[in-house]
Design a protein around this ligand. Structure first.
Ligand code: GDP
Ligand code: IMO
Ligand code: MG
Length: 425
């Protein structure tokens, strides 16, 4: 297996960081292909916890090349902070590479993100306010500034002037904000970042990926966010501004779909969502709060409490369809240990009919009601189980049901946050 894509199958925070770190041990290269520091990927090694926002979760293995691909948007201050934190904990970060084609987040992107969220009121998306959306808007509007341009002072200055004129107008005149965006101050700040990042930057990271594939090296493409947050295939407009689905990996890292061998879907044993937007199986109060408490469901980036709900088989089937999942990593199964009954959504009721195809139009989705099946819980701790055969019978039945709904096989079962708490099938 040379090229594997790891994607989130729900609304993010499925445990992609943990699974990527685990698999990275046997990889030559790990590439992030979309999103930015809206992501928060947690890796727990013994009693140390790392929250990665931009750096690929393979960084703890010095012999694994970790690449931030062209499809990522980068806030250089956050990236440098992340590098410093890792270094201070004994990880040298010599194995990091950054594509010169990745786009850069500037202060006005964050201002715009906040201003938009403030103005929207009723339909607020609940973004992470990290400037992700506005940065991708500039990319697609061909006004963006790429990492490579940070090293060309003249180009950077003229592009900044051009952008600041537009953004100041928007922020002041449309959003009614008071801003002080100074070209020279931003220029100097970002030239400083450029200097600090220079040794990591490569012209086309796609060439690194291409060479690795040609040499039959092992590559892992690490997705951020999840399928339901995909700008095309998720619950639009309550989504992020990139394509976290498997096909996004080819664009965001620059390689051919022909090269892909395996597509692993990371699946939380229940569902969470942070931010606004539809969530059919959400449990308000009661068990929902218990799941948040047991699962530690607070955002790794913003610290916001995550909304919790029952496993949604319709969402799962959608994720299998869009991503072409070849196998599943089920995470946080241990969080369900204490429940005596567990509900699973097997279909939606829509206009008096049962449907199992996820409606991505949120007006149709609003008319859907989940249809649940109930399964008995196992009510014993499983966080020390290492072998599938030692799992309680009811846990095995629950897993079988998930695999049936997903129409894919399970290859990994995670029973705790730590690197070693894993069952391989
Ligand atoms: P990601 O964004 O998909 O990488 O996921 P996050 O790191 O945002 O959220 C997953 C959270 O669950 C983190 O706090 C992980 O440490 C934790 N976690 C991952 N796998 C497991 C598991 O199997 N059991 C438990 N209890 N926690 C887990
Ligand atoms: P990881 O990689 C969970 C959500 C935000 C908001 C929406 C848009 O850790 O799984 P954005 O700032 O991207 O414009 O916000 O997307 N969101 C995430 N939710 N996990 C993430 O990443 C997320 N990244 C963005 O909460 O609802
Ligand atoms: Mg996360």
């Amino acid at each position: 297996m040379s090229v594997m894509i790891v994607v989130g199958t729900q609304w993010g925070d499925e445990g992609k960081g943990k699974i990527t770190d685990l698999l990275a041990r046997d990889m030559d290269m790990v590439v992030r292909f979309q999103g930015g520091n809206n992501a928060g990927h947690t890796v727990v090694i013994k009693d140390e916890t790392f929250k990665l926002h931009l750096i690929p979760s393979g960084i703890f293995y010095n012999n694994v090349l970790c690449v931030i691909g062209n499809g990522v948007v980068i806030d250089p201050a956050v990236l440098l902070q992340e590098i410093e934190t890792l270094k201070s904990k004994g990880h040298p970060v010599n194995n990091l590479r950054i594509s010169s084609q990745a786009h850069v987040i500037f202060p006005y992107h964050k201002d715009l993100d906040k201003a938009q969220e403030k103005k929207k009121e009723a339909g607020r998306i609940g973004t992470t306010c990290r400037g992700i959306g506005p940065c991708y808007v500039d990319k697609y509007n061909r006004r963006g500034i790429r990492i490579g341009e940070l090293f060309d002072q003249e180009t950077l200055k003229s592009k900044l002037e051009w952008n600041l004129e537009e953004k100041t107008f928007l922020l002041e005149k449309f959003y009614g904000m008071k801003v002080k965006l100074d070209v020279d101050a931003i220029l100097n700040e970002y030239l400083g970042y450029a200097h600090a990042l220079k040794k990591f930057v490569v012209e086309e990271s796609s060439s690194l990926v291409y060479e690795a594939i040609k040499k039959n090296k092992k590559l892992l493409l690490e997705g951020a966010q999840g399928t339901m947050l995909d700008v095309d295939h998720g619950t639009y407009p309550y989504v992020t501004s990139s394509n976290p689905v498997s096909s996004g990996a080819c664009v965001g890292a620059g390689f051919s779909p022909k090269a892909v061998d395996e597509i692993l879907g990371v699946v939380k044993a229940y569902v969470t969502r942070v931010g606004g937007g539809p969530f059919p199986t959400e449990i308000e109060g009661g068990v929902g709060e218990k799941l948040r408490e047991w699962g530690g469901e607070y955002g790794a980036t913003t610290g916001r409490p995550r909304r919790c709900g029952w496993f949604d088989g319709v969402v799962m089937k959608h994720a299998t369809k869009i991503n072409g999942l070849t196998s599943l990593a089920i995470t946080k199964l241990d969080v369900l240990d204490n429940l005596d009954k567990i509900k699973i959504c097997v279909a939606y009721e829509y206009n008096g009919k049962q449907i199992t195809d996820f409606p991505t139009d949120i007006r149709r989705l609003a008319k859907c009601k989940p249809i649940y099946e109930e399964m008995p819980g196992w009510q014993e701790p499983i966080n020390k189980v290492k072998d599938y055969k030692d799992l309680p019978q009811n846990a095995k039945k629950y897993l079988d049901k998930l695999a049936e709904l997903a129409e894919a096989r399970i290859s990994l079962i995670s029973v705790g946050a730590e690197r070693g708490q894993i069952i391989r099938i």
